[in-house]
Every structure is written in structure tokens, then in C-alpha cells.
Design a binder for this molecule. Structure first.
Ligand code: AKG
Length: 274
């Protein structure tokens, strides 16, 4: 359960950092699994960043009984999301950001709701949590946010490379008004961020990879009014805080995801092209 002070921070800043939400063993299990997961790699695809680089990511919609599902369904995370969104939430999708050493591309300034808006979501009642798998630093392209910029509401987005980028006239004004924060994180730290906060990340020119698992949640009362590439309301079955370690002991289900978002089904920039 988040404290009143934590809720206040999230509401005013648009993000909330929870240090050491997962311990070394838990995050070590996630890293080991992800690094050796051939399906995760095979299902990954790129989005050009408009600066000569390409971000690589793998996305899926429903959390299973595998290790990614144990994180996305963990009470620690889901109950915090419920506190932040003020009621029942469901899993909208998860993605692994595969920002590899030397070649990892940039994410342009954007709001997630800038394009999720086109997926039949009437209200910006969504939150995402980025879980650091690797240490995230300024050098390896950590997430950057404009603190408090979620209060601007949704701004228009236009095509930048293969990404949905926020209207730069507004971003440039926002840069004068809201502090730019480099969200440096240790493995196991988790940071929730509002779907309307302006955020980006730099290319990774360093020797160190920066992978992170991002789980996104929508309020149950904000079920999309039309089908889209991401999940409509599906009850979320939470797992206890011991689930990551106990499932590891039993051996995680080896099920691979069946609901990957593919480059063909990814409609993030469809509206912006027309
Ligand atoms: O983690 C990052 O580098 C940025 C990810 C991002 O902006 C997103 O998934 O919307």
C-alpha cells in the first residue's frame, strides 16, 4: 500500500520511484531468463528514432505464468497501480526495452497516452512501471521525464522516424517550465509514471546494456470502447510477493507468450502517417 506522501508525489510529479522494490535474487532471475530467452529476442523489433538509431523492444498483451507474468502480476506492483489509479486495474501490456550496449536507439519525447488515445481509451487512466533489469544511467540512456508535465494533458503527436513524437513546439516550451529528470536506477528499482508525462531516452553509446521491463496498467473502469492492439478488460489475477522466488524453485512455466505484438499489428504510428 502506498503512503499518502507517495500518492501526493505521484500526483504532483507524474512519477514515483520505488527503490529496491525487487531484491537482487528476484531481479537476477529476471535478467537471466530474459537474456537467454530466444523467443523474446526473436519477437523483438525496431522503431527508428529519427536520429540514425533504432530502439528495440518486445511487447505482449497478457501476463502469463512465466517470469514476466510473475512480475506484472505481483501484488507489490498491482496494488501500487490500484492505489495510483484509484480502483481496480488490469494489465494493458508489457514490454521489454532492449537497449543494447553501443547500438541502443533513442526514444523521442512523447506521452504514452499521445498514441494510446487512438486505441479507444476515453480517459488517461493508465500508469506504467519501469523495472530496471540493468543499472540505468545517463550514459546508457536511462529514462528522462519532465517532472510535472503530465498536468499539460495530452498534446498532439507527429511522426518522428518510426515513433510517435510529441509536438516539439510544446515540448520546447515544456522544457523551459518543467525540470528535466534523468531517472537513474539500480537493478530492482521500479518507477511508476503517468501516461501523460513527457518522457524520452537517449541512444546508448556506452559499453553497458540497459534493459528494462515496463508493465502498463489501465483502470478497469476505462475499458477501451473499441478493440485495439492492446488488451481490453481482462481480470488480473495477482500473485503473492513470494511468487517470483517460489516459481523459480518449482521452475517457471515455460509457456512462451502467445499474444506478442508484431511489427504488423503495431499500429502506434498508423494515424500519424495518414
Ligand atoms: O525506457 C525507455 O528508454 C523509454 C521507453 C518508453 O518511452 C516507452 O516505452 O514509452
Amino acid at each position: 500500500m502506498l503512503t499518502k506522501a507517495q500518492l501526493k508525489t505521484y500526483q504532483s510529479d507524474g512519477y514515483l520511484l520505488l527503490k529496491n522494490l525487487f531484491d537482487k535474487e528476484e531481479i537476477g532471475l529476471l535478467k537471466e531468463a530474459a537474456m537467454h530467452d530466444r523467443e523474446l529476442d526473436r519477437r523483438s523489433y525496431g522503431r527508428a528514432d529519427g536520429e540514425g538509431g533504432t530502439v528495440r523492444l518486445s511487447i505482449w498483451n497478457h501476463p502469463g505464468n512465466n517470469i514476466y507474468g510473475m512480475f506484472a502480476r505481483s501484488a507489490r506492483i498491482v496494488e501500487a497501480a490500484e492505489d495510483l489509479l484509484g480502483g481496480e486495474v488490469y494489465h494493458y501490456h508489457s514490454k521489454m526495452i532492449l537497449k543494447d550496449a553501443k547500438v541502443g536507439g533513442a526514444w523521442t519525447w512523447h506521452q504514452d497516452y499521445g498514441y494510446w488515445y487512438n486505441f479507444g481509451l476515453l480517459q488517461p487512466l493508465l500508469t506504467s512501471v519501469t523495472i530496471a533489469v540493468d543499472k540505468a544511467t545517463k550514459e546508457n540512456g536511462c529514462l528522462q521525464v519532465l517532472k510535472g508535465s503530465h498536468t499539460m494533458g495530452r498534446v498532439d503527436h507527429a511522426l518522428k522516424g518510426d515513433q510517435a513524437g510529441a509536438d516539439m513546439e510544446r515540448v520546447n516550451e515544456a522544457l523551459k517550465k518543467f525540470p528535466l529528470v534523468y531517472c537513474e536506477m539500480e537493478p530492482g528499482d521500479a518507477m511508476f509514471f503517468d501516461c501523460n508525462i513527457l518522457h524520452r531516452s537517449d541512444q546508448n553509446r556506452s559499453e553497458n546494456a540497459r534493459w528494462s521491463l515496463i508493465c502498463c496498467y489501465n483502470a478497469a473502469r476505462n475499458n477501451p470502447y473499441k478493440e485495439s492492439q492492446h488488451a481490453s478488460y481482462t481480470p488480473l489475477v495477482k500473485v503473492g510477493d513470494d511468487a517470483i522466488k517460489s516459481s523459480a524453485l518449482k521452475g517457471f512455466e515455460k509457456e512462451s507468450q502467445s499474444d506478442w505484438v508484431s511489427p504488423e499489428s503495431d499500429k502506434t504510428i498508423e494515424k500519424l502517417k495518414s
